[in-house]
Design a protein around this ligand. Sequence first.
Ligand code: HEC
Length: 231
Amino acid sequence: MNTLPRPFLFVLIGIAIVAMIPPVIIMRMRSTNQTQPRIHWIQDMDNQPKFRAQHANSLFADGRAMRQPVSGTVARGELRADTHFFQGIANDAWATMFPDQARETPDLLARGQEQFTIYCTPCHGPIGYGDGPVNQRALAVMGDPARSKGTTWVEPKSIHDADIIAQPVGQLFNTITNGVRTMGSYKSRISVRDRWAIVAYMRELQQRETANRANAPSVGQPNNQSEGNQP
Ligand code: HEC
């Protein structure tokens, strides 16, 4: 077999080296910070004069670029006429049943457990006795006048208190949605369906602990480690 002629080989090597220059430049440009916007072949209206959120705009009388929704209008998909699902109210009273959009299925309970652990456990504790780490720390601070500096602390309520067990599911839903007394609202952080999921999980916890207390009267105290006294 013939080998390649020498000059041809040099030209090939030369082309290979030159061909590596553009990718090296591109890699370098991509990994370093530039003050100029990068070359943008397809503009897609990415760079254009515009008003950003919270900026001023002299076009409007109030000088704001951000506009309020026209009063009396409802954005698409935002009509919340279903009071059962969105407010926990059915027939002008706290709903006693779960809404159709959030039926008590194993999936809903699992989601509720996850969300309860994220949002409620810090104060209310893993089982809901009001003994979460935030409360424990607050009590430790309150026990030391030098650190508490005259502030007050309202302990998170136990969800196993008789008055909370007696509350309809709609009222529990409302507590998460709007908060209650010193407890804040979670409506901006937890979706409507997830709030119902948490309610379902709270009910599950209440029933489990009630059953546990009935089975073993001596294990009635809050115990933040226990998962109940399962066999
Ligand atoms: C930052 C701490 C904190 C977090 C987090 C918290 N709570 Fe509370 N919760 C409280 C406090 C404090 C109270 C008692 C309020 C009072 O009596 O002023 C309370 C009260 C309650 C009550 C009793 C309401 C009543 O009618 O008396 C329920 C039910 C409840 N919380 C559920 C929840 C659920 C569900 C979550 C999670 C979505 C949650 N809480 C997250 C602090 C918290």
